[in-house]
Ligand binder design. Structure first.
Ligand code: NAD
Length: 283
């Protein structure tokens, strides 16, 4: 093994929802490792911001202003990214999100939008990218961004969690179907991660000066239930995605990789105020 095994020079990556949060971190980390990157992003100011950022770094990039919930436009955007670079090696299905609400109160319009955003867009982007990846003949890497909520019960997140569970199982299935083409399929499953979305910055450019402060209750909750004792940083998903895309993971496919500070492992155990691990209702 040598340091070049993590190098993505010559690879072309497309990241949905790449203008902010985890998607942007993945795009920037991949660019740092030499990849040419394209993003699909629904907020125009974030497309401009991304282009500027990439100019400063001197990397090759393309930002396409498209809403992944519009299937035809998403198809066009994926094809545009592939033709712009002349190849497509890495697809990151990251765009997603949730408006939490009790299942009994969820309106049909809302749950359908959740499915369009969190599951249908993944299917559409993957199906569109595949012919380009297969014809390219270089193999490739598909990385989905799921969530810890795809593997556990998630009150008030029922449809979102169902979509993420769907992504997890599609990951395993496609890893078999695409193995003969040298295309690996894996998923990153974050828990609570600091992003514009989790800090209330959901319109306009990414602007940390406008992020909402955490309450003491939120800090205590994060400390008690996440073993590493803090929220994730978007770049930590970026690094995991680089690993999965690179030669470092050449024998890794069909995997759901938690990037969650140990939350999935903790499975109900929480840390009390004296830093002892307990199972509630001892708390
Ligand atoms: N942040 C977390 O705590 C967390 C935890 C688990 C899973 N996730 C998953 O990670 C992914 C990214 O989350 P995030 O926190 O970085 O979100 P975010 O809101 O901070 O950033 C998402 C980016 O995607 C863009 N986007 C959203 N909807 C889009 C659409 N329809 N079309 C095109 N672009 C769109 C947004 O404008 C934004 O720039 C999501 O799939 C989410 O479910 C996040």
């Amino acid at each position: 093994m040598n340091a070049s095994d993590i190098d993505l020079t010559g690879q072309c990556a497309l990241i949905t929802g790449g203008g902010g949060g985890i998607g942007r971190a993945i795009a920037l980390c991949m660019a740092d490792m030499g990849a040419k990157v394209a993003i699909i992003e629904s907020i125009p100011e974030r497309c401009e911001q991304f282009t500027e950022l990439m100019k400063e770094r001197g990397g090759e990039a393309l930002a396409i202003n498209t809403n992944v919930m519009e299937a035809d436009k998403l198809r066009e955007a994926v094809v545009e990214a592939g033709s712009h670079f002349g190849r497509l090696d890495i697809l990151v299905n990251n765009a997603g999100g949730v408006a939490p609400r009790a299942f009994k109160d969820l309106k049909e319009k809302s749950w359908r939008r959740h499915i369009e955003l969190n599951l249908v867009s993944v299917i559409v982007a993957t199906q569109t990218a595949l012919p380009m990846m297969i014809e390219g003949g270089h193999g490739g890497s598909i990385i989905n961004v799921s969530s810890i909520e795809g593997s556990r019960a998630a009150p008030n997140y029922a449809v979102y969690a169902a979509c993420k569970a769907g992504i997890n199982n599609m990951t395993r299935t496609l890893s078999l179907e695409l193995a003969e083409h040298g295309i690996r399929v894996n998923t990153i499953a974050p828990d609570f991660t600091e992003t514009p979305g989790t800090r209330g910055n959901v319109t306009g450019p990414v602007d940390p000066s406008k992020w909402t402060e955490w309450t003491e209750g939120q800090r205590t909750s994060v400390r008690s239930r996440i073993p590493l004792g803090r929220a994730g940083i978007d770049e930590e998903c970026g690094r995991a995605a680089v690993f999965l895309a690179s030669k470092m993971a050449s024998y890794v496919t069909g995997v759901i990789l938690p990037v969650d500070g140990g939350s999935w492992a903790s499975s109900g155990w929480v840390r009390d105020s004296k830093d002892h691990w307990i199972l509630p209702p001892e708390a």
